[in-house]
Design a protein. Structure first.
Length: 365
């Protein structure tokens, strides 16, 4: 609940700050007949709307899991960022249209000292709001607040462009209001595209954080029987709900009771330490050195094939005459061709064995 309060508090500050700027800019813009200032004010109004959307999205994301949505509603926060991105894009496109009209029919803008002073105050206000959004966003891990902070920083730069219009108009009596409006609109559109891309990332699926994967691996390896950690896959269902899967490599002479204790302890530790609800699978590792020549051949084969990034999970079932291992390949690799090459090389050297090979994409890169 503290996270929710922090997000709502940051959003309310944003609403209040932006509405003050809207009033400033609309009054000054209409008084000076400046489309650039008016559009800047409209953009601030969309920023206030974005903060309202952030509050609503945060409230909805806190709904408890139910039968229809067993993993909760946390991803609504990411959809909130998508809505903010769309609002920014629409504002940019509308501004672009009005700016083009202003180029065709420029009118007679005027900029007094009071007008310029108000614009300077607006720039300072947007910088302050950007810092506020960024601070609250990072503190609460809220993509929506971080996106609002990025938008505020863009606004500060764009408002500075309005000062350029005023200076050029007052010093050289040249009207570049519509041109600057076009530039403002294009930059706003770019900001919308950037926010949309960042918002869609967690929904579509992003590669795992290498730092987090390393931390998970170090934690799992801290249990003495664990010889290796592989296949770490995380699924983000919102800032407070992450499901995971990892495979630990253990000696093949452990009992089911021992393995149960290890995997249970790792799963409980991941929940407590990282907030990840994880399933822990196992690979067995031969405790005898009898199959080291076969393992060495696999390492040599993998090293000679640039399309294979790594191999793990090597285990030989001597009774069944079956060898198991996984190959990690790039996304552009022809999996079947790689499988045929590696199995062919291994079968040629060890014709009495079957080879069970799983190919995995490089999810962690």
């Amino acid at each position: 609940m503290d996270r929710e309060r922090q997000i709502v508090k940051g959003s309310l500050i944003g609403i209040a700050g932006n509405m003050v700027l809207v009033a400033f800019k609309l009054v000054v813009g209409f008084a000076s007949h400046s489309i650039a200032i008016v559009l800047d004010g409209v953009n601030n109004a969309t920023d206030a709307l974005s903060s309202i959307v952030t509050i609503v999205g945060t409230k909805l994301s806190l709904r408890q899991p139910d039968r229809k949505h067993p993993f909760g509603y946390g991803r609504i926060e990411y959809l909130t960022s998508v809505v903010i991105a769309v609002v920014i894009l629409v504002a940019g496109l509308v501004s672009l249209r009005e700016s083009v009209v202003k180029i065709v029919d420029p009118g007679e803008p005027s900029y007094s000292a009071v007008t310029i002073a108000v614009v300077v105050v607006a720039i300072i206000g947007k910088i302050a709001l950007g810092i506020c959004f960024k601070r609250y966003g990072e503190r609460t891990n809220s993509e929506a607040l971080i996106a609002s902070g990025i938008d505020s920083n863009y606004d500060a730069v764009l408002s500075a462009g309005t000062l350029v219009v005023a200076v050029v108009q007052n010093v050289w009596d040249v009207n570049i209001d519509g041109i600057v409006g076009v530039v403002i609109s294009l930059v706003v559109c770019k900001a919308g595209v950037d926010v949309l891309r960042d918002a869609l990332g967690p929904i579509i699926g992003l590669p795992e954080s290498s730092k987090l994967v390393d931390q998970i691996g170090d934690f799992a390896r801290s249990f003495p029987p664990v010889l290796g950690v592989h296949d770490v896959v995380l699924d983000d269902f919102g800032p407070r709900e992450t499901l995971g899967l990892l495979t630990v490599e253990v000696p093949d002479n452990l009992t089911a009771r021992q393995i149960h204790g290890i995997t249970r302890a790792i799963a409980e530790g991941l929940k407590e330490k990282f907030g990840i609800l994880a399933a822990v699978a196992i690979y067995a590792k031969n405790t005898t050195d009898a199959f080291e020549p076969m393992r060495a051949l696999l390492r040599k084969t993998v090293a000679e094939d640039p399309s294979i990034l790594s191999a793990h999970g090597f285990y030989v079932d001597e009774q069944e005459k079956r060898c198991y291992f996984d190959l990690v390949v790039d996304f552009k690799t022809d999996e079947q061709a790689v499988r045929n090459r590696v199995v062919g090389a291994m079968a040629k050297a060890y014709p009495g064995f079957d080879f069970n090979v799983q190919l995995e994409r490089d999810y962690e890169r």
